[in-house]
Design a protein around this ligand. Structure first.
Ligand code: PMP
Length: 362
């Protein structure tokens, strides 16, 4: 592998090189099987071992007890915006949503089609530069659940600790920071994440759901949208996204071999610190979007003194094999996504590039 560049894309994003190498090696024929993982029945013993092995490894990685189901679904995190209220928000009930960015807003929009949504907290008036303090939250003890987004991919704002919701089930969209640091799954009712940032390719969505919540859903949901049906069928109600599950399995094994969530959390914090330190040391040339204490370890967002310089920055960075740095159009500026698989060497190269760019274009 000599021609890979540093890929700062927000998702689909960089995958661990050893995972891609193994997938390439076994692409034509899985060892002892003689067929590609894409060519075998999802009911075969081989695939059963792959999906069950992936689940077992996820349980080991995150310490997930038998109180939870681990599901592999389709439709991305966006379908979870709808499935969560369809399954967990009873007729006449209310759900609390904490909004810290664009994805949380989208989750609200979908949930409003299903039932009553209460905004328990929002930092939109401050352009989503932070998460709310506990004292700002208006949580309803009668809510069916509280939904929040642990990391807002577009704004680069991340919760350092989950909100405290007492007995109300906590539901988390963890699409862009799942398994990037230790997590106490026991504090959650449901966690969901599209795979295409920290877990594998797009097309598979991980859902971790507490068993008792499965019973809440109405009995007449379409089968594919019913967590209970998916759980009873071990995510094999229909043909699953087999290749995605396979790559997720390899990615989880790579995480375990790298020392698990404590170790990857330390690496991610160190990578993020390099970038934020460079921003803070730039004398105001680079202006961070998120406030200290709320800054994402996964998506580092910042502006330059003028838009034309941001354009130049992105163009010159791309030419220097630092790809995917253009910020989302709603925030502008630069976004460096540095997920689990993003190498520290790439962050170091970006820091060097930033220092040179500021000197030349001050
Ligand atoms: N939530 C978050 C936090 C995201 O970053 C994204 C995708 N970037 C989504 C939801 C939507 O995910 P999907 O494209 O898998 O539906």
């Amino acid at each position: 592998m000599t021609n890979r560049i540093f890929n700062f894309a927000a998702g689909p994003a960089v995958l661990p090189e050893p995972v891609l190498e193994e997938a390439r090696r076994d692409l034509l024929a899985l060892p002892g099987v003689g067929m590609s993982v894409m060519e075998i029945s999802h009911r075969s013993k081989t695939f059963e071992a792959i999906i069950q092995g992936c689940e077992a490894d996820i349980r080991e990685l995150a310490g997930i007890s038998s109180d939870y189901h681990v599901l592999f679904l389709q439709g991305g995190a966006s379908l979870q915006f709808a499935m969560v209220p369809m399954n967990l928000l009873p007729a006449g009930g209310k759900a609390d949503y904490i909004v810290t960015g664009s994805w949380g807003k989208k989750a609200v929009k979908e949930a409003q089609k299903i039932g009553t949504v209460q905004i328990a907290g929002s930092t939109e008036p401050e352009n989503f530069t932070r998460v709310p303090a506990a004292s700002e939250l208006k949580l309803d003890p009668a809510a069916a659940y509280v939904h929040y987004t642990s990391n807002e991919t577009i704004h680069g704002v991340e919760w350092q600790q989950e909100p405290q919701t007492a007995d109300v089930a906590l539901v988390c969209d963890a699409s862009s920071d799942i398994f990037s640091r230790p997590i106490e799954v026991g504090k959650y009712g449901l966690i969901y994440a599209g795979a295409q940032k920290n877990l594998g390719p797009s097309g598979v969505t991980l859902v971790i759901v507490r068993n008792d919540l499965l019973e809440r859903g109405p009995k007449n949901l379409p089968a594919m949208l019913d967590y209970r049906v998916q759980a009873e069928n071990k995510s094999l109600y229909n043909t699953p996204p087999a290749f995605g599950v396979y790559i997720m399995g390899l990615t989880i094994k790579w995480l375990l071999a790298a020392g698990g969530l404590e170790a990857i959390g330390r690496q991610n914090a160190a990578k993020a610190k390099l970038l934020y330190d460079a921003i803070d040391a730039s004398g105001g040339y680079y202006r961070p979007h998120a406030r200290p204490g709320h800054r994402s370890h996964m998506n580092v967002t910042f502006r330059l003194p003028a838009e034309d310089r941001e354009k130049k920055f992105v163009a010159e960075a791309t030419a220097a094999h630092l790809d995917g740095l253009k910020g989302h159009r709603s925030v502008g500026g630069i976004r460096a996504s540095i997920y689990n698989a993003f190498p520290k060497a790439g962050v170091e190269k970006l820091v060097e590039f930033m220092q040179e760019f500021a000197t030349k274009n001050g």
